[in-house]
Ligand binder design. Structure first.
Ligand code: HEM
Length: 428
């Protein structure tokens, strides 16, 4: 129902033969829906939520090619034509009735940037996400997981507990908020904002975006008076030292992106992964008997049920020939991660969950975290959190099981992402 009430639903079916990401078929079964498009061709014409014409890049090789091809820009302003056309940001401003003032925050995130701005910002913030820093964080992630898991039974009703609010969210939100420096009291608010922002009914929450921006500005003012060693303080130091290295808006959108991207997606990887393991008893058994499989298992779960299905739009900065199609300057493309990760040209028997499929070692063989310049900044953090989450859940509750039939697991109907609405479990 939420889908048909969405202001974006009016575009569905408006252009016959051009699949729209809001179409119920693509949303209810993206594996089959985008899989069918993939078998039509590597580059398929369709429509984005706001009716923007878009080329779906459906296959593994072509998706990777586009994601590392510098002829595609993330900012529409960098492709002639695209800069004048309506973009998803224009539509969002209009639907939420937001003053023009907020445009810079919506369109100024790292994901909307291109070189050289992107390179500058990415370099600044990468320092907080080095392999070393992430490894150092592991004991803290494990402590948080232990703590949250010990309290899990308190939330059970008739022996059943929903993993999403009581574990899948609290773990990553605590980790990213500690890393960035968001006070504990503010975390429930962030959880709510995150949910509002990915909704297909943004018009129901026009206050969310302005609230978040005001909140971050206030947080920065407070922290400036007493800097610590968190990421927020580090950003403030860089900004105050030299505004040309990090502007005001960049500082605010970075905090916003890191906190939102840092918990929403990870929470759903944890949820999807636990659901996948519990519905594949042989794989669950394998993991229990060989816990050292965890890193490979997380790679495979990312491939098989990663939470992000579509990337941000890219815009061609010149005409590009790809997969027999001429993508014209200014036109938008989106690599479809879900169909790429299930592309039989790259993965044998792609629908099969096989925790041993991914090569041993740390390399990953999927595009669930993207690829190229905008490859997920938090991938190693997210993988580590998922490893800890699966390992600790099974250690605390080795007999955990689904409390509903697998076919009764409900999803949140959202284009471009794979999220369960709840994950009811019995702990023993
Ligand atoms: C970028 C997925 C966790 C921060 C991306 C992209 C994907 C992705 C697909 C590329 C999007 C594109 O190219 O259009 C995921 C998934 C996660 C996850 C599936 C969890 C399972 C995280 C975490 C953080 C984070 C924990 C922060 C700590 C970012 C940032 C970018 C990004 C900042 C933009 C990078 C850039 O533009 O250079 N993520 N992410 N993500 N992710 Fe993640």
């Amino acid at each position: 129902t939420e889908l048909s009430d969405s202001p974006f639903s009016e575009f569905v079916g408006k252009h016959p033969g051009e699949p729209n990401v809001m179409e119920p078929g693509l949303i209810s079964d993206p594996f089959a829906g985008y899989g069918a498009l993939r078998e039509q061709g590597p580059v398929v014409r369709g429509r984005f939520v706001d009716d923007t014409p878009v080329w779906f890049i459906t296959r593994f090789e072509e998706a990777r090619e586009v994601l590392r091809d510098q002829r595609f820009a993330n900012s529409p302003a960098h492709s002639a034509g695209g800069g004048n056309a309506d973009t998803p940001v224009d539509r969002l401003l209009e639907i939420m009735g937001l003053p023009e003032h907020y445009r810079v925050y919506l369109s100024g995130t790292i994901l909307n940037m291109d070189a050289p701005d992107h390179t500058r910002i990415r370099r600044l913030v990468s320092r907080a996400f080095t392999a070393r820093k992430i490894t150092d964080l592991r004991p803290r992630v494990a402590d948080i997981a232990d703590d949250v898991l010990r309290r899990l039974p308190e939330h059970a009703v008739d022996g059943v507990v929903d993993l999403i609010p009581h574990f899948a969210y609290p773990l990553p939100i605590t980790v990213i908020c500690e890393l960035v420096g968001i006070p504990e009291a503010d975390r429930p608010k962030w959880r709510e904002w995150g949910t509002h922002l990915v909704s297909t009914r943004p018009e129901l929450h026009p206050e969310t975006f302005p609230e978040m921006i005001d909140h971050i500005h206030a947080l920065i003012r407070e922290r400036r008076a007493a800097l610590t060693d968190d990421l927020l303080s580090e950003l403030i130091r860089v900004h105050d030292d030299d505004g040309s290295r990090l502007s005001d808006v960049e500082m605010v959108t970075l905090v916003l992106t890191l906190v939102l991207a840092g918990h929403e997606t990870t929470a759903h990887l944890i949820t999807n992964g636990v659901a996948a393991l519990l519905t594949h008893p042989d794989q669950l058994q394998l993991l229990k008997s060989e816990p050292e499989l965890l890193p490979r298992a997380v790679h495979e779960l990312m491939r098989w049920c990663g939470p992000v299905h579509l990337t941000q739009l890219r815009y061609a900065t010149e005409d590009v020939e790809l997969g027999g199609v001429r993508i014209k300057k200014g036109e938008a493309v989106t690599p479809v991660l879900v169909s790429a990760n299930h592309d039989p040209r790259h993965f044998a028997d792609p629908a099969r969950l096989d925790l041993t499929r991914q090569p041993a070692g740390r390399a990953e063989n999927h595009v669930g975290f993207g690829h190229g310049m905008h490859y997920c900044l938090g991938a190693s953090l997210a993988r580590q959190e998922a490893e800890v989450a699966f390992g600790k859940l099974l250690a605390h509750y080795p007999d955990v099981s689904l409390a509903v039939a697998p076919e009764d697991l409900r999803r949140v109907p959202l284009p471009g992402s794979w999220r369960l609405a709840s994950l009811p479990l019995r702990l023993s």
